[in-house]
Design a protein around this ligand. Structure first.
Ligand SMILES: [Zn+2]
Length: 97
C-alpha cells in the first residue's frame, strides 16, 4: 500500500501528485480547512483508495488520531486517473440524469 494522504491533529500530508491533481480542480490543500479535506474522502474511495482510521479509546471516550488514505501499489497509477474522472463528474453533477 502507498500512503497518498494522511490527516492528523497536526495537519494533513498529501502526496505530491495528489496536490498537483487537486490543484487542477481548484483545491489547494495548503489553504483549505479540515472540512474540505474530509469532504474529499468519498472521492478517494470511489477512485479505489482505502481509508484506514487510527483511533484509541479511554472507556467510552475516544480520539481519532489519524485518517490514512492508502492505495494498493498496483492501483496507484490508475488511482490518479480515476480520481480526476470522479472530480470531473462532481463538477458537472447538476442535470446529468
Ligand atoms: Zn486519547
Amino acid at each position: 500500500m502507498t500512503l497518498i494522504m494522511k490527516i492528523t491533529d497536526d495537519g494533513s500530508q498529501y502526496s505530491e501528485r495528489l496536490v498537483d491533481l487537486l490543484g487542477e480542480f481548484g483545491v489547494d490543500p495548503a489553504v483549505d480547512d479540515e472540512i474540505d479535506e474530509l469532504s474529499l474522502l468519498p472521492a478517494y474511495v470511489l477512485a479505489g483508495a482505502s481509508i484506514r482510521t487510527e483511533a484509541h479509546s479511554h472507556g467510552t471516550h475516544m480520539h481519532v488520531v489519524a485518517i490514512n488514505v492508502e492505495i494498493g501499489d498496483e492501483l496507484e497509477e490508475a488511482f490518479y486517473e480515476a480520481l480526476a474522472q470522479v472530480l470531473d463528474a462532481g463538477d458537472e453533477d447538476e442535470d446529468d440524469d
